[in-house]
Design a protein around this ligand. Sequence first.
Ligand SMILES: [Zn+2]
Length: 142
Amino acid sequence: MRTRKQHIAHVSTAVAVSDAKSGSWAATAAMLGFDAKMGTTLSDVARGKPSAVTPEGENLIRLALGLPAISSIELAPCPTCGGDHNMRGIPDCHGRAVAAVVALAPGQRVAAVRKPTQPRTLSDYPVAVLARMIANRTSYED
Ligand SMILES: [Zn+2]
């Protein structure tokens, strides 16, 4: 099960890293105050490689480049289906379908949909239903 969404560095980070490259990637990493081994990561970020950095790692790179940090909210995936409906305020769907978000106009309200009850006697049926029953009736002559 996926536990974390694949992070891709923001385009502005990739461009800034690319522009900051001076000599080798290892030298660029050192110039920015990182360990030389970070050069591989910087190269991956510059190429837009998915999962090259975590969002936190990207922010460290951005701060080293003089860019503002990107704020993000970490939301855990649903423990039942692994879906991302937590961002719609439903942390666990328990396997039930998650309804789409509907915007209501002023004056509109949400009403529960009740299962229609079966009329007990023929006189309780709506006229349209009775007419359909008569039209579709079967013959007992056979
Ligand atoms: Zn779910």
